[in-house]
Design a protein around this ligand. Structure first.
Ligand SMILES: C[S@@+](CC[C@H](N)C(=O)[O-])C[C@H]1O[C@@H](n2cnc3c(N)ncnc32)[C@H](O)[C@@H]1O
Length: 270
């Protein structure tokens, strides 16, 4: 075996090991991978991919060929990589955490993605240090990490994207509101961990303000390990578009109707 290749694999292994923690499992050539975290976490990312990323692909004609993708709060680039592997021309990932940005860069290097196809920056998305010519914006796991949801949608709109995928913890309230909550881990946030969790209606209202129609995606999960928040309807993914007809997307059923409205027997006693 080539000495140089062996040295390269060894140095890659070392660079992976230097990070105190990896939130995602990535697999590279030669049997190399990021240290596997628990089964629930690995399953969660596979299920999230099937739940909203495959729907994005279906809506986009089966691939992201030629698209420019902005990944807000990209972490180690799991969904940035999914975009590249789905044919995206370019992806720009931004994350507030310097370690995560370094992880994303390492992942893309080890996956041998051509350098002109991506860019990762450490930064606060509210600084809007990105172009305005994107086709797709990913805002995954970020709404539930901020106390400025209204402004976050301004940020998304500034990307120019026609299609937006949002995945977030949501309030189960049926009306349009934000629920004051507190992050369990105040790390990886700007501020003190106080956040405003949108209801489904609130997200659709924010999107509509910028000319987007929104579909709350019907849950499609084959294994609920690591997925209890989705199961409890406390988390949901949305696809928004300014121009596309979203009627083909499977929409969440009756999620906005309370149980006492859904169950006719409950009404008779009123
Ligand atoms: C829950 S993780 C989601 C990661 C990934 N997008 C996903 O859905 O799997 C939230 C990420 O957002 C980042 N983040 C939080 N606030 C941010 C901000 N204001 N600007 C940029 N990144 C931020 C965190 O560092 C973290 O990596």
């Amino acid at each position: 075996v080539h000495y140089a290749a062996r040295m390269e694999a060894q140095s890659a292994r070392q660079r992976i090991a230097e990070f105190p923690r990896w939130d995602y499992k990535f697999e590279f050539d030669g049997g190399l991978s990021t240290p596997s975290s628990d089964r629930g976490r690995i399953n969660r990312q596979a299920q999230r991919y099937a739940y909203f990323f495959e729907r994005l692909l279906a809506l986009s004609g089966g691939s992201l060929q030629g698209r420019r993708v902005l990944d807000l709060g990209c972490n180690a680039g799991f969904f940035s990589l999914a975009a590249i592997e789905a044919g995206a021309k370019f992806v720009h990932g931004i994350d507030i955490d310097a370690d995560f940005v370094e992880q994303a860069k390492l992942v893309f290097e080890l996956k041998r993605v051509e350098a002109q196809r991506y860019r990762f920056d450490r930064g606060d998305v509210f600084e809007r240090a990105f172009a305005s010519d994107f086709d797709v914006a990913l805002c995954l796991g970020l709404f539930d990490h901020v106390d400025r949801p209204v402004e976050l949608f301004d940020v998304i709109a500034a990307s120019g994207a026609d299609v937006v995928v949002i995945d977030s913890e949501v309030s189960r309230a049926r009306s349009s509101l934000f629920e004051v909550s507190r992050l369990y881990h105040a790390r990886n946030t700007v501020g003190d961990g106080l956040v405003l969790i949108p209801s489904r209606h609130a997200l659709a209202d924010l999107a509509a303000r910028h000319g987007f129609t929104t579909v709350a995606l019907e849950l499609d999960v084959s294994d609920f390990a690591g997925m209890s928040d989705y199961r409890r309807k406390r988390r949901c993914a949305f696809i928004c578009s300014r121009t596309l007809d979203l009627a083909s997307l499977p929409a969440e059923q009756q999620a906005w109707a309370p149980w006492w409205l859904r169950d006719p027997r409950a009404l008779t006693g009123l």
